[in-house]
Design a protein around this ligand. Structure first.
Ligand SMILES: C[S@@+](CC[C@H](N)C(=O)[O-])C[C@H]1O[C@@H](n2cnc3c(N)ncnc32)[C@H](O)[C@@H]1O
Length: 277
């Protein structure tokens, strides 16, 4: 028997896209991420996944950026076995199972109510897992999360769905609530008005209904968030285009990706950023 997804709002349904992309990667002979939990979750849900028309480029990018974020979380929890991990806009991501942190680490999944309610129904129970059903636009989202331990916050595929004031508020709140730690996330650089208009006017499939919420302009200079919150210090800017896993992309995509890594402007369109506080 499969579980209904009809209760998910359009923005919550975006979690199904990234989930499916990771599931497709896991079915490949030489996966980039190899997240078989994602495929198990897909199998439990009543949803037209093939109807999403997920392109190979999306599968590769989604799997690679998840792997890059996993690597950063793994390094952090190895250095800080008493750490707290906070997954912002966690969706149905199984990063906790992939990373498998020391038993002393607590992992918080923050997302909107319907997707948060679905998580324990489709993923195996885990002692270290905590669910926070809240909107990141609500200033109280971090209240249930311990503040006095080293904390790494990760956000995969989240910020594009938030307005800029909410993004800035998150960047400020992390260093006021949590004593010390790191914020790491995937980023697309500056999103010009032509791209934003195209997303609104010609949205792809599921983004038709969330298009109106696509208000975030992004930023080119990775140091820009330091102007929002001087307690944040950029510690890493890594382009996906330069990662070794790109060698596993299909030939045409590998060439296009490597070429886009040759200039700073195009390389920053797919990057992982990390800030320490
Ligand atoms: C593209 S999905 C990515 C989900 C997950 N990180 C992944 O990689 O599969 C974006 C997620 O952000 C969540 N989200 C969007 N707006 C939010 C908000 N205001 N507060 C909390 N979560 C939000 C959505 O519900 C969705 O799960």
């Amino acid at each position: 028997m499969t579980l209904t997804t009809a209760q998910l709002t359009p923005v919550e349904q975006t979690a199904l896209l990234t989930l499916y992309a990771r599931a497709l990667d896991s079915r490949w002979a030489h996966p980039i991420l190899g997240d078989t939990w994602a495929d198990d979750v897909v199998a439990q849900l009543d949803y037209d996944f093939p109807g999403l028309g997920v392109q190979t480029s999306v599968v590769c990018q989604t799997a690679l950026r998840a792997k890059m974020l996993d690597d950063r979380v793994r390094a952090f929890v190895t250095a800080h076995p008493d750490a707290v991990v906070v997954d912002l806009g966690a969706g149905l991501d199984s990063a906790l199972y992939r990373v498998s942190p020391p038993a002393t680490v607590d992992w918080y999944h923050v997302d909107l109510p319907a997707v948060s309610a679905l998580r324990p129904q489709v993923l195996p129970g885990h002692e270290q897992s905590h669910v926070v059903a809240a909107s990141l636009a609500d200033p109280g989202w971090c209240d249930p999360i311990p503040a006095d331990r080293p904390t790494i916050l990760r956000a995969d595929g989240l910020f594009a769905f938030l307005g800029e004031p909410v993004v800035i508020d998150i960047f400020r709140r992390v260093s006021t609530h949590f004593t010390t730690g790191e914020l790491t996330f995937n980023d697309y650089g500056g999103i010009g008005w032509i791209s934003r208009a195209a997303i609104k006017l010609f949205p792809q499939k599921m983004f038709k209904d969330v298009g109106s919420q696509w208000g975030y302009r992004g930023f080119k200079d990775a140091q820009h968030p330091e102007t929002w919150n001087p307690a944040l210090h950029l510690v890493e800017e890594a382009s996906l285009t330069r990662e070794p896993e790109v060698d596993r992309f299909p030939a045409w995509l590998r060439i296009a990706t490597r070429l886009s890594g040759l200039t700073r402007t195009t390389a920053r369109k797919a990057r992982i950023l990390a800030y320490r506080f």
